[in-house]
Design a protein around this ligand. Structure first.
Ligand SMILES: [Mg+2]
Length: 185
């Protein structure tokens, strides 16, 4: 099957780097639980102008080179890639493609294709399964018939859909994709 996989906050720990940059540039200390909206609206201590500057730093691309891999992502994707097609789908700007590919290669993240989102996360591809953290895309995918494993985050706690299961780690993804009773032993 075709499995779609988001990058930021699913494979890459982007949120942790964002908080580090906010601290370094603005002295703002935030915990993960403080990031309650994906667009960072209404978060204490962050002004709109700060946000513009910091998001443009991210979108220029080099920040993406420093991200940590979320625990278990590579190992689980390695196993899935043996049987399925892995398509990475990111809403990063297209100009971040060189840094994105470099980071994926450096960390040995397996994939068949890398797509940059336009208006839709699907772009005409039928994903049977999709790993995502962002509300708008998760809902779009679920509505269109993909089954979504929603990576739990403070910015998506209210999101629910019949075509969606909430996961808290890649260990949960592994359990979903490789249930023990399906191995035939
Ligand atoms: Mg994401």
């Amino acid at each position: 099957m075709i499995i779609g996989v988001d990058i930021d906050n699913v494979i890459a720990d982007t949120e942790k780097e964002l908080r580090r940059v906010l601290y370094e540039k603005r002295g703002v200390t935030l915990k993960r639980e403080d990031i309650t909206s994906y667009s960072l609206d209404n978060i204490a201590g962050i002004e709109r102008e700060d946000l513009k500057e910091i998001l443009s730093m991210f979108n220029d691309g080099d920040v993406f080179l420093n991200l940590d891999v979320i625990e278990g992502a590579k190992e689980t994707l390695d196993l899935l890639k043996q049987r399925h097609r892995i398509e990475l789908v990111t809403s990063r700007p297209q100009r971040a493609e060189p840094q994105t590919r470099q980071w994926l290669e450096r960390h040995g993240i397996p994939y068949d294709e890398l797509h940059f989102v336009t208006e839709s996360k699907l772009n005409g591809i039928t994903y049977e399964l999709f790993f995502e953290d962002q509300e708008k895309f998760a809902c779009e995918l679920a509505e269109e018939g993909s089954y979504v494993l929603l990576f739990d985050a403070p910015w998506n706690r209210h999101v629910e859909h019949d075509n969606m299961s909430r996961v808290f780690s890649w260990a949960d993804v592994y359990k979903f994709c490789f249930p023990p009773c399906a191995t035939g032993h």
